[in-house]
Design a protein around this ligand. Structure first.
Ligand SMILES: [Zn+2]
Ligand SMILES: [Zn+2]
Length: 265
């Protein structure tokens, strides 16, 4: 975590002082505390009045689409325009993935992107509190109880640069009661270039044989979650699912923070 004023404030407001604050019951001390350490919206930076509602302001929260039904029961793609029943989407019908179902909490948008960016690239870990809240009573409740929860691995070199694997931290806040099931069974064989600028075909080529299981790992007959930050085309999580299914897993399900849902779908 880089040490700058913003992070210092986030640290104090969510850790040491947060604990002290919770013990203060009288209103004036609370007000005084907020004056000293005002909480800013993680997305737009405006000072949050209510303080206790979360880490983003109500108007930014209102811009975020929480995913639900009707959706594709396989990849979780929400049909934003049609009001009909859930049904498999064209992509899942023509090319069934290796995972049996995937669910994402929110639709990827500018605001969500800002939160993810500050978390991933600026080491602002306080956004995790928000993501954890989003996961409570969410679409993740439709997933099957797992034996193992496996974060999409980063290459060792990338972990060294960043200091953490964002998927591993997400797994912890998504499934706080099941932290003991989080296992780092997969690793990345090659340090792939960033997927962001690539199209579907290039993504698949880029990630081909990219993931592997550690040799001493046994996943036979296990129900496994794969966790990642963003579901764009599903190629990354599908490559992980492929490795796990080929190693004998009973089924693989996917939990991601955000999904890219295009307007016409
Ligand atoms: Zn805001
Ligand atoms: Zn689908």
């Amino acid at each position: 975590m880089t040490l700058n004023l913003k992070n210092m404030r986030n640290f104090y407001s969510t850790n040491t002082f947060g604990a002290i604050r919770s013990r203060w019951s009288n209103n004036w001390s609370e007000a005084f505390f907020k004056l000293l350490f005002p909480q800013a919206c993680k997305s737009c930076g405006v000072i949050i009045e209510s303080g206790d509602k979360g880490e983003i302001c109500p108007s930014c929260l209102a811009q975020i689409t929480f995913l639900g039904t009707p959706c594709c029961p396989v990849c979780g793609l929400m049909f934003l325009k049609s009001g009909g029943d859930s049904h498999p989407c064209g992509t899942c019908k023509s090319t069934p993935p290796f995972f049996s179902q995937a669910r994402s909490l929110v639709r990827y948008s500018g605001d969500v992107g800002t939160l993810i960016h500050s978390f991933k690239f600026r080491g602002d870990l306080s956004s995790l509190v928000t993501f954890g809240r989003w996961a409570e009573n969410s679409v993740f409740s439709s997933l099957t109880p797992p034996d193992y929860i496996i974060p999409v691995p980063l290459h060792a070199k990338r972990i060294q640069e960043r200091g953490f694997n964002q998927a591993a931290l997400l797994a912890q806040v998504f499934f706080p009661q099941q932290k003991n099931k989080i296992k780092h069974f997969l690793y990345r064989r090659k340090n792939t270039t960033s997927q962001t600028q690539l199209g579907g075909v290039e993504r698949r080529r880029n990630l081909k044989k990219c993931f592997a299981l550690y040799p001493d790992v046994d996943v036979r007959n296990k129900i496994i979650y794969v966790v990642d930050d963003v579901y764009t085309t599903g190629t990354t999580v599908n490559e992980c699912a492929k490795v796990l299914m080929k190693a004998g897993a009973r089924c693989v399900e996917v939990a991601t923070l955000a999904m890219v849902v295009r307007e016409n779908e």
